[in-house]
Design a protein. Structure first.
Length: 279
């Protein structure tokens, strides 16, 4: 395994579908049947899926048969001690040992870096964990993917994709040890391009509050790719779409072939995806 196996594709980019939501949300709407959702996504032939390690363990036969790479989530963010409920709490914690994660042969290990918290001790532990995980993975060939997000109460929702906030968050992400950044798209090629250019590590984008429809998500991906991004790690807007396999196929053409949204998405838009925290 090389340090860049995740991006070792003919285009040098990757389509990664995030399916790690059960760690934080339990059994969210549209993902009640994990096997069926996974199969729908795999039919679209993504380059990789982002999943929890025990999800990978339980469905390893399906993943192996599909010949799809795996990025593993190393931590857990929940918003309540009640299962699957959002009570506005911040219960982030490291969850899985790096040695255990490596046993599952991932092409990446992902953790969040949450900005805007009221609890300074939680933020301190978050930063400490990223530094520790970066050292544990260094030299193993497994890149650390850091997802810098503005979820805390000190960062109003409208600033989650603000270019200045995102620039600072991305810089801190790789300064703390990220080999790949899973970053918010700032909404335009002009605002995102300098952030990508200034990053010494590859940048992939996550889903976000603006990508509440399939078409809007595809447009964000097209803009991010034009700005120099290396692909995406998006979940809810894909697996809640009317046809996840078709959505993944469209993303693949945008990410690997440079196709436009107009070329890959001509049918009428499906219903909007309900809001919520995205990954």
């Amino acid at each position: 395994m090389t340090q860049t196996e995740l991006l070792d594709t003919p285009s040098g980019n990757a389509v990664v579908v995030a399916l790690d939501h059960g760690l934080s949300l339990g059994s969210p709407e549209g993902f009640e049947t994990p096997e069926e959702t996974l199969d729908e996504v795999l039919r679209g032939e993504p380059d990789a899926v982002l999943i929890g390690p025990h999800f990978a363990r339980h469905y390893q036969d399906r993943l192996r048969e599909a010949d799809v790479d795996v990025v593993l989530t190393a931590d857990v963010v929940t918003w309540s001690t009640s299962p699957g409920r959002d009570h506005g709490q911040d219960l982030w914690t490291p969850a899985f040992d790096a040695e255990f994660l490596r046993e599952l042969d991932p092409v990446g290990v992902k953790t969040v870096l949450v900005f805007g918290r009221d609890n300074n001790e939680t933020f301190r532990r978050n930063v400490e964990y990223i530094g520790q995980l970066a050292e544990e993975l260094r030299g193993t060939g497994v890149p650390l993917v850091v997802e810098p997000v503005m979820w805390g109460e000190r960062v109003p929702g409208q600033l989650e994709t603000d270019p200045e906030y995102v620039a600072d968050a991305m810089r801190m992400g790789w300064e703390f040890g990220a080999d790949i950044l899973k970053a918010p798209y700032t909404g335009s090629v002009e605002s995102f391009e300098p952030l990508v250019r200034n990053s010494p590590v590859p940048v992939m984008i996550l889903g976000g509050p603006a990508t509440d429809t399939t078409r809007a998500m595809l447009e964000s991906v097209e803009g991010a790719m034009d700005a120099g991004a290396r692909g995406l790690m998006i979940g809810r807007t894909i697996w809640k779409s009317e046809n996840p396999a078709r959505t993944v196929s469209a993303l693949t053409k945008i990410v690997h072939e440079g196709a436009s949204v107009e070329e890959v998405w001509e049918e009428p838009e499906a219903a909007a995806v309900p809001g919520g925290r995205e990954s």
